[in-house]
Design a protein around this ligand. Structure first.
Ligand code: GLU
Ligand code: MG
Length: 464
């Protein structure tokens, strides 16, 4: 396998790679972006011209290891092994090729970061998720997932007299109000068409509570595809807005006084043939199997640490407040929108297939591969150790006496402390990834603590 990624000459192309070349040719693609998500949660990449695509499919494009030590302010952190010396390759997955409707002439592929000889690199996020999927497979289970992102549609208004730019929301329409549909209609149409043209299946769309807030969900898929979809989605939400001289932000809380943008993570576990939903047990009062309860037990046990990966930014913790339906407490409940883990009521006519868990402390500033991989590891730990999640909480946990339900971390630093103390997640990350992630995120916590709130809001709506 390794020599397929040899940097010398063109390796023999497999059928998927040949299809990429044909599509690039027939669809008039000049530049193909090899993109990845970094430890800051930022999507970055490099592009190759069509004329070099055949060889780059195999060899990838060279990239400095240091980029996995870069934070979301483009401040490079000191991490052993991620300095100025050293090289990895951005090696694209041909199955993820998409022509970009918002960037005519360009296409993109989700990429692994690989060693120069083609072997997996210890800080590659897609590899982390692939390993989590393999760990689950060793228990005879397959994860099916979908991120359900919200975002704020608006315009970037230049700051006057040295002030920072502002995000001005496109409307102040009411939650689910039809006037909100009308005000965002042209953008919504372009977005739906662009997502569908890239093979993402749009499920639902509505304007939501916050000013300019939109929610558009994508159909579930197997774990790697679900994470790839979240990257394509983030790119498309922003790219379509730029084409229309607008600004769309998936930042968790781009406007301090408005509802936050979640990216709730829906997940269920299936048998290897994807015939049986292993979370479903119709005789149970909540329709859940023992496997599902144990998975929840694992989630609850690891939640404080998990949030460091599923809500990957300083701004993400501004969102996790009580009574915002974003969840602020480490509990689960039946259709409880204030619980960190919501058991979703099944769909009539597809009761068993539709049983799934919704993880609310999850947002689009996270690296989706690290986030979903960590969720799988946490749940798997619950399955392996037979963890009992305790009783469901079917009221707003904020109405219960203080201390009866544990609060989620209130800041990125608090979540990072929990992550450092969590052996299961630290082992799963491995030393290089863990030290880089902690260094990058600690540096962001420091940088934003030294400035006022408007600095944090500005940089998050600019980047996410
Ligand atoms: N905007 C909420 C959040 O921050 C979610 C609202 C909803 O349930 O859709 O997670
Ligand atoms: Mg919503």
């Amino acid at each position: 396998m390794a020599d397929r990624y040899s940097v010398t000459g063109v390796h023999p192309l497999d059928p998927a790679e040949r299809r990429v070349l044909e599509r690039a040719e027939t669809e008039g693609i000049e530049l193909v972006r090899f993109i990845y998500a970094d430890h800051g949660g930022v999507i970055r990449g490099k592009a190759t011209s069509r004329s070099r695509l055949a060889e780059r499919l195999g060899s990838g494009i060279g990239h400095t290891v240091a980029m996995m030590a870069m934070n979301m302010l483009d401040q490079l952190q000191e991490v052993e092994g991620l300095g100025p010396v050293g090289e990895v390759r951005l090696v694209p997955d041909p199955a993820t090729f998409v022509a970009l409707p918002y960037a005519p002439g360009a296409a993109a592929m989700l990429s692994d970061l690989r060693e120069v000889d083609g072997s997996p690199w210890a800080a590659c996020p897609r590899t982390f998720l692939r390993e989590a999927v393999a760990a689950l497979a060793s228990e005879g289970l397959v994860a099916v997932a979908a991120y359900e992102p919200e975002f704020t549609l608006g315009r970037r208004v230049p700051g006057q007299g040295g002030e920072r730019d502002r995000l001005a929301p496109v409307d102040d329409s009411l939650c689910y109000a039809t006037s909100g549909f009308d005000l965002a209609h042209d953008y919504a149409m372009s977005l739906v068409r662009a997502l569908q043209a890239q093979g993402l299946r749009v499920e639902h769309y509505h304007p939501e509570l916050g000013h300019g807030q939109q929610e558009l969900s994508i159909r579930h898929a197997q774990a790697m595809r679900a994470a790839d979809n979240q990257v394509i989605y983030r790119e498309t939400v922003r790219g379509v807005a730029h084409r229309m001289s607008m600004w769309a932000s998936l930042a968790p809380k781009p406007l301090a006084d408005q509802a936050g943008n979640g990216a709730h993570l829906h997940i269920s576990l299936w048998d290897p043939e994807l015939r049986t939903n292993m979370f479903s047990a119709p005789s149970d009062r909540y329709g859940l199997s023992t496997t599902a309860y144990r998975f929840i037990g694992g989630l609850i046990a690891h939640l404080p640490a998990l949030t460091a990966l599923t809500c990957g930014s300083v701004n993400g913790f501004r969102r996790l407040a009580p009574r915002m339906w974003s969840s602020a407490y480490a509990c689960y409940g039946m259709d409880n929108r204030e619980a960190a883990v919501r058991i979703c009521s099944p769909m009539r006519g597809a009761a068993e297939a539709s049983v799934n868990l919704e993880i609310k402390p999850s947002d689009s500033s996270a690296n989706p591969y690290l986030s979903l991989g960590a969720v799988i590891h946490a749940g798997l730990d619950g399955i392996r150790r037979g963890l009992d999640p305790g009783e469901a909480v079917n009221v707003d946990p904020d109405t219960l006496p203080e201390g009866s339900v544990p609060r989620l971390p209130r800041s990125l630093d608090e979540a990072l402390d929990a992550l450092e103390a969590d052996d299961v997640l630290m082992d799963a990350l491995g030393p290089l990834r863990a030290s880089a992630y902690l260094a990058v995120k600690r540096s962001e916590a420091r940088a934003f603590a030294a400035e006022d709130a408007s600095y944090e809001l500005f940089h998050h709506f600019r980047v996410f």
